[in-house]
Design a binder for this molecule. Structure first.
Ligand code: ADP
Length: 781
């Protein structure tokens, strides 16, 4: 370096140089660089320097746009450089190649109007002060690391340069190799030039390079994203163009349809694979004549799919207090059911993504299963949809038909989703126990898939074809008879039983819910129509016979209709319905009181049965006639009942003498067993004790107490076995004015579920053996 300086032929003043104000460029000692010069003063500086064999002083302008820089427009540190090559180009442009020699401070700028000169003071490029070797090496490594990242953005960077940097351990050489070859901002470069401590130089270099690399990375990302969106746009554009051309060829202008479909499909929130599939359909549509059957099918299909609430969720938010209030407001009683539902909601509140909890509300018709489900949907802030499964025997009912079938439609699940207009509704599967399976396929397996949280996030309907996510929906089911639910489905459900209502409960439900609801539906005010309490009780007792309140509601509706007519026609202003008016409004009484015994008799026993309308008193009659040992059974008794009759006969033979019965009665007599209300089918083993008691009474001539009712299955050895439906049966006994009820000992624990009023007024006898029953029921002579 020294040599070069000495060899130069400075004549006038060693410290005064022709000067070039650089724009956006910084030179370094030892750095070779070329640049173009066009400003007059700069061209002259080069001309004179070459002529006089002098070096140049290169100093950078603060701002590149300044045309005629003064001293204050220039940085204070520059580089003295040797001119290596000069090339004159047309248009007053000179290309120069220079090599930096040493660093110098600008002391004074001399501007004579035609050329710039500067008096400078030479400064060492690197300070001599000692530096920490370890720190330097750490910096060397960091700089190399960041250089590696940086260079990945320049695939055309010469291999040798990359290798020479990566293998360089000398801090100074590394600094120069990186600084001279990286396209850093000129201000950063100026800072690097002004620093003289190598540690600082490397630190600044590291910082500059890091920020530069980060910018590059970000730039890259943005480019990538823009490219993607352009690709998508292009694809769409391409499809549209293609369609337009085809339509032109066919002379049709119905292409707008397909355009619209494509637009809508692009806007849909679905996965790419499904989108692809739908676009393909739209594509096909575009190519079909508009009036063709196939185009019609595809349009129908796309309409259906596009109408589905893809990704549309109602903001489900649960507040337990609100939920409780809603349940309480809309339903009378049902304490246990409400409690259980609130627990269910609480779990959903704490863990909204909970899977696999499916509640089944079970019980006879009209006890509010459907309406509880609606309230639950309201409490959860979800849309409500009902899928009726009664009589569904074809898998296609659940999953739909392929769209190639004539008149194909989606299955009931997708239809429900579409009606709910939300992908997270509460779906009620009504009467899941009425699913049937036959040769057309098993609908319960499709239901399994729907209810299984592992599979239902991609439910496939045959018609829709693309998978739909059901995992956000909440499912409830209802059933009349839990024992008929297919076992694998039952396995996934938690049963909540809704018991049948007592007359008292029915009264409250009528007064607080059914009447206000029906008044509203018929546009009547409470002041216009009153139904007295006595009338309500009469309707419950003489016009309906059911476990729930559905018929009751119909009767109330019928009264409202008739009253509305009278009021609307101006016949009356207001109506008060009393028991005596019921005959006019509802016709004659449909039901009398239960057929229970009024006086003690032989051969007739009050049995208790559990039917679809709740519990009933069912007297059993036995007649013993002279004959040849035939056993006749009438009154629509099922097979199990017929067997009970045989058991009764055999058992009575085994102890005939004890009750003074002719031991040969089974040979010398015909026995006729009958249950009244012959048209109503009856079955089940729980009439065992009733039949046996009636038989003993008829054969022995002992009277049966009319105020006793009984239920229980019996074995060949006279043991009394437990039965179901205790609550309903005892309720029937209570309503019929029975005093004593004989129930199996094994049912003692079930007494808990029996209504309090019933428990208080009935006397319970727990029978283990038939002798317990006979002792209570027969009147000894
Ligand atoms: P299910 O689904 O069990 O057959 P529904 O839900 O259709 O019965 O009920 C029939 C009618 O009775 C509905 O109008 C319902 O609102 C009403 N209902 C049933 N139970 C109650 C109750 N506990 N409180 C108020 N209304 C009730």
């Amino acid at each position: 370096m020294e040599q070069i300086v000495k060899s130069s032929k400075n004549t006038e003043n060693d410290n005064i140089f022709y000067t070039i104000a650089m724009r956006g460029m910084v030179a370094f000692p030892k750095m070779v660089l070329h640049f173009d010069v066009s400003r007059d003063k700069s061209c002259k500086a080069i001309e004179y320097a070459v002529k006089e064999g002098k070096k140049l002083f290169l100093v950078t302008q603060h701002e590149a746009y300044v045309d005629n820089p003064k001293a204050s427009d220039l940085y204070k540190v520059g580089v003295v450089a040797e001119i290596k090559q000069v090339l004159k180009m047309p248009d007053h442009i000179i290309k120069v190649l220079v090599e930096g020699v040493y660093r110098a401070n600008l002391v004074r700028l001399i501007d004579d109007g035609s050329v710039l000169k500067a008096e400078v003071k030479r400064t060492p490029t690197y300070s001599r002060s000692k530096y920490d070797e370890v720190e330097a090496q750490a910096l060397v490594r960091s700089v190399k690391d960041i250089f590696e990242r940086y260079s990945s953005f320049f695939p055309k960077m010469p291999r040798e340069l990359f290798t020479s940097v990566m293998t360089q351990d000398n801090p100074v050489k590394l600094f120069e190799a990186v600084t001279f070859n990286c396209a850093l901002n000129y201000r950063d470069k100026q800072t690097l030039l002004e620093e003289s401590n190598i540690i600082n130089k490397l630190s600044v270099l590291f910082a500059c390079l890091t920020s530069e690399t980060e910018i590059l990375e970000l730039e890259n990302l943005i480019n990538e994203q823009t490219k993607n969106s352009i690709d998508k746009g292009q694809r769409e554009y391409y499809l549209r163009e293609q369609m337009r051309v085809i339509q032109e060829q066919l002379g049709e202008d119905d292409g707008d349809d397909a355009f619209n479909y494509i637009n809508d499909i692009m806007a849909l929130k679905i996965d790419d694979k499904s989108r692809e599939k739908l676009l393909k359909e739209a594509d096909r549509l575009a190519k079909l004549p508009a009036a063709s059957q196939e185009a019609f099918v595809i349009k129908n299909y796309l309409d259906t799919v596009l109408d589905l609430p893809w990704g549309v969720c109602s903001k489900a938010k649960i507040s337990l207090e609100k939920a409780e209030a809603i349940l309480e407001k809309e339903h009378y009683g049902l304490k246990k059911v409400k409690e259980r539902i609130l627990e269910f909601l609480a779990v959903h509140m704490l863990n909204p993504d909970i899977k696999g909890q499916i509640i089944c509300l079970s019980g006879p018709p009209g006890i509010g299963k459907t309406s509880i489900a609606k309230s639950v949907a309201k409490a959860m802030g979800r849309k409500y949809a009902r899928v009726s499964l009664g009589g569904v025997r074809d898998e296609a009912d659940i999953r739909g038909h392929r769209k190639t079938y004539v008149g194909a439609m989606p299955g009931r699940i997708i239809t429900a989703i579409s009606q709910a207009e939300s992908s997270n509704p509460l779906i009620l599967f009504d009467e899941i126990d009425k699913l049937c399976s036959d040769i057309k396929g098993d609908p319960s397996s499709a239901m399994l898939e729907v209810l299984d949280s592992e599979q239902n996030n991609a439910f496939r309907d045959h018609y829709i074809e693309v998978p739909f996510d059901l995992s956000k929906a909440v499912f409830l089911t209802t059933a009349n008879d839990v024992s008929r639910i297919p076992a694998p489905l039952l396995d996934r459900m938690e049963i909540i039983e809704l018991p049948s209502y007592t007359a008292e409960e029915k009264y409250h439900i009528t007064k607080e819910h059914l009447i206000p609801k029906q008044l509203k539906e018929h546009g009547l005010k409470a002041s216009q129509l009153k139904i007295t309490d006595e009338a309500i009780n009469d309707i419950i007792q003489f016009y309906t016979k059911e476990a729930g309140v559905r018929n009751l509601e119909r009767k109330i509706a019928s009264i409202c209709r008739k009253s509305a007519k009278k009021i609307a026609s101006g016949e009356v202003k207001r109506i008060s319905v009393k028991p005596k008016d019921l005959k006019d409004m509802l016709g004659i009484r449909r039901y009398t009181e239960d057929l229970s015994l009024k006086e003690n008799k032989t051969g007739i026993v009050n049995g208790l049965a559990w039917t679809s309308v709740g519990g009933v008193i069912m007297p059993l009659e036995v007649l013993v006639l002279k004959g040849t040992g035939k056993v006749e059974v009438t009154g629509s008794l099922g097979d199990v009942m017929k067997e009970s009759a045989k058991i009764a006969v055999s058992y009575v033979r085994s102890f005939a003498e004890k009750y003074g019965i002719n031991p040969d009665f089974y040979k010398e007599n015909d026995i006729h067993i009958h249950a009244p209300e012959g048209a109503v089918p009856k079955d089940g083993p729980s009439a065992g004790v009733t039949m046996t008691t009636a038989l003993v009474s008829a054969l022995s001539g002992l009277e049966v107490r009319a105020d006793v009712a009984m239920t229980g299955e019996i074995t060949l050895h006279g043991k009394v076995l437990p039965i179901g439906g205790l609550r309903e049966k005892t309720m029937a006994a209570y309503k019929a004015g029975i005093k004593t009820v004989i129930i199996p000992e094994a049912n003692r624990a079930d007494l808990e579920e029996v209504d309090d009023a019933v428990k208080e007024s009935l006397n319970f006898v727990f029978a283990e053996d038939l002798s317990d029953v006979l002792d209570t029921a027969l009147i000894k002579k």
